[in-house]
Design a protein around this ligand. Structure first.
Ligand code: BGC
Length: 700
């Protein structure tokens, strides 16, 4: 439909109809997370918005539970985000939804942020590549993507009130690029963050929402508030917010929860008090917006623009012409994809040779939650799977030797505001069950040839993890198992980095993140070497005190301000600058194959080429990383920036020629505009931020 037809449609709408298009309402089908009623007399259909980044979340209606985005990013292959996005979109279509509230792409600044699993990486170029691919994948199937949460929603503690005190340079070089890439990929919607940036709530941030996002980047989609994240009428409307969500009070908008549960909702708002929005924030774009237009505080033309953007979103999807994709749900392809991505995203952090396992090995499978699949963290990304393979079942199915299963520790229970809402949990974790049975675990380990101990963290939206230590007595469980069997493999299922105090006493350490419904099947594929171990870390692992955001002023903030005083030195940039050795560096992961890099070249326009030779007798997948090291500079710059990367399959004994285009932003800094300094750069090529044996020189 042409723009002038949308204009005509806008002209035909009454004020009341326009207002109804920019404020969410209750979905009569009870399926959508957010709902915009249509205007029947003009043939404008309703619009349904649904969570989220791990799968389609409609309570009580199953969908494929994919691995968490941090696991997908660990593939270092953005095509995986495209395929997952397309599959989620097909499933959303089956459920009659129009807009997916995904991808989540906040940069991982604080290692214990409760939502790190929903995000991609600590590096902006890696984040942006995955975000752009996810957007393209989702939108390839007739569903719009909603990159979120714009911007600087980097912690859950006080997420609704905290102000990120962050410089323009840091925003531009770290927190904005992923969103810019998602917009360049054609994102049809974007969700504002709850937090404030330099004192102003993101839903009211004219400079970032209108000046940067809409005008500078040319974003022509809909700017949607986070749920109950609209804080005002006039300021939000004038700042550029287009659609208030959910627009209705909690007991009308309950994401499909049963009505009797809705009555309990206030307790969830209390239990997660430092991370929940004010449930009274609704209706600000209803009558109050009309009054603001009448008083002249908001120009009428602004309401028209909001409506034009909402109708434009419908039009992009063909919905104004009655188009609606059929989609598909829980197909064999989606199940296989969920398993493939979980396996490829699994990172072998260390391996003394115990892995891959021979099929006939006698194993003990130990851990508090091995009887279930680890789907994800708590909150709006919770997905109800159609089918699961538990950790124990997946290993048992694959093993040809004896398998003993022993939990050895009380279950680590998930924490979720939906459980609080449904009266199933108090939302508290203090005084939790930490009952252990280390003796049985050690016995099982001693009797097996290899002991596999699976440990996990617990994370949720609206709360940060209390520390990077494993909850309960799981460190003790690992120590007890390792003391009984010197061929112990530790598998971590976590939302982000965890501390690994026992790593020197075990034979292998594997990070499987939140693998989703295919948990045990994917883990077996990696542990038995059915595929290469090709995952690499998108975040640095280190003790909590060594991250930049470890001072209270930086995180969680003092007097409502989290000061980003580390500037651009986030993640590996900080560890490079401070000279501290991380436990496991950014980009690290151990393949089962071995690779040599030959004939490296770099052209004047920053294209690296090299030959990757698989020198082993196993087929493998190598992740080549190219880092840009700036020349001496007038300003303080990081020692190296990831400029480009590629994951490549290389069959045993063969070679592949590879091309990596380096991103200009890795050469540049921001000072009222991007500045690409001229001089002699070093391009480091290697296998992690701390293992780059090849250096090329490039003059720009
Ligand atoms: C989250 C969003 C989510 C929305 C709707 C909020 O609590 O921050 O990511 O899309 O709820 O469920």
């Amino acid at each position: 439909m042409a723009g002038d037809t949308i204009d005509r449609l806008v002209d035909s709408l009454t004020r009341g109809e326009k207002l109804a298009l920019v404020r969410g309402a209750a979905d009569p089908t009870g399926t959508a997370t957010g709902y915009v009623p249509g205007v029947e007399r003009l043939g404008i259909p309703p619009l349904r918005l649904v969570d989220g980044p791990l799968g389609v979340r409609i309570p009580g209606r199953p969908a494929t539970a994919f691995p968490a985005p941090i696991a997908v990013a660990s593939t270092f292959d953005p095509a995986t985000a495209y395929r997952k996005g397309a599959a989620m979109a097909r499933e959303a279509a089956v459920r009659n939804q129009d807009i997916l509230l995904a991808p989540g792409l906040n940069l991982i600044r604080v290692p214990h942020c409760g939502r790190n699993f929903e995000y991609y990486a600590e590096d902006p170029i890696l984040t942006g590549s995955f975000a752009a691919s996810a957007v393209e994948g989702i939108q390839s199937e007739g569903i719009l993507a909603t990159p979120k949460h714009f911007v600087a929603n980097n912690q859950e503690t006080n997420r609704v009130t905290v102000s990120a005190a962050v410089s323009q340079r840091t925003l531009r070089e770290r927190y904005l690029p992923g969103f810019h890439d998602a917009v360049d990929a054609g994102a049809g919607a974007i969700m504002t963050a709850y937090n404030r940036v330099n004192g102003t709530h993101m839903s009211e941030h004219r400079e970032l929402v209108t000046d940067v996002l809409k005008e500078e980047w040319g974003f022509d989609g809909v700017v949607i508030s986070d749920w109950y994240g609209t804080e005002s009428t006039v300021a939000a409307a004038n700042a550029g917010l287009d659609l208030e969500m959910p627009g209705v009070e909690p007991d009308e908008q309950i994401g499909g929860a049963a009505e009797e549960e809705a009555a309990e909702q206030p307790t969830a708002f209390e239990a997660f008090a430092d991370g929940m929005p004010d449930p009274a924030n609704f209706g600000l774009f209803g009558e109050p917006l009309s009054a603001a237009i009448d008083s002249g505080a908001v120009p009428e033309s602004r309401l028209d623009e909001m409506v034009r953007r909402v109708l434009g979103a419908m039009d992009r999807l063909g919905r104004l012409d009655g188009d609606r994709p059929a989609g598909e749900l829980d197909t064999p392809e989606h199940r296989a994809l969920a398993e493939e991505l979980a396996a490829r995203g699994t990172v072998v952090l260390e391996n003394d040779g115990v892995l891959p396992l021979a099929p006939e090995t006698d194993i003990a499978v130990i851990g508090p939650n091995v009887h279930e699949a680890t789907l994800g963290g708590g909150g709006s990304s919770e997905t109800t799977p159609c089918v699961t393979t538990t950790t124990a079942a997946g290993l048992r199915d694959r093993a040809e030797g004896a398998v003993t299963v022993c939990r050895g520790h009380a279950e680590i229970e998930d924490i979720s505001f939906f459980d609080v809402l449904a009266g199933k949990s108090t939302g508290r974790t203090d005084g939790e069950e930490t009952e252990t049975d280390f003796d049985s675990a050690a016995d099982a380990a001693a009797r097996a040839e290899v002991a596999i101990v699976v440990v996990r963290d617990r994370a949720t939206e609206a709360k940060d993890r209390e520390s990077l230590a494993l909850p309960g007595e799981q460190d003790g469980l690992v120590e007890a198992v390792a003391a009984a069997n010197d061929r112990t493999v530790v598998v971590i299922q976590s939302s982000g980095p965890v501390e690994t105090p026992w790593r020197d006493s075990v034979a292998a350490v594997v990070e499987a993140w939140y693998p989703g419904q295919a948990d045990g099947a994917a883990l077996a594929a990696v542990l038995y070497g059915d595929i290469d171990a090709s995952g690499r870390l998108p975040v640095t692992f280190a003790p909590a005190t060594e991250y930049p955001a470890s001072d209270p002023g930086q995180y969680p903030g003092v007097d409502g301000r989290a000061t980003y005083s580390e500037g651009v030195f986030v993640g590996y940039h900080h560890f490079d600058a401070s000279g501290t050795d991380p436990t496991y560096p950014f980009g690290h992961g151990c393949s089962y194959a071995a690779f040599a890099y030959r004939d490296l070249t770099v052209t004047g326009d920053a294209i690296v080429e090299l030959t990757v030779e698989n020198t082993s007798d196993r087929d493998g997948c190598e992740v080549v990383q190219a880092y840009v090291c700036p020349p001496g500079s007038d300003i303080e710059r990081p020692e190296r920036e990831l400029g480009g990367f590629a994951a490549v399959d290389v069959a045993a004994g063969t070679s592949e020629r590879l091309r990596i285009d380096l991103d200009d932003r890795a050469f540049s800094y921001y000072d009222d505009g991007w500045v690409l300094e001229s001089g002699e750069y070093t391009i480091e090529v290697g296998q992690s931020a701390r293992d780059c044996p090849h250096a090329l020189s490039l003059t720009r």
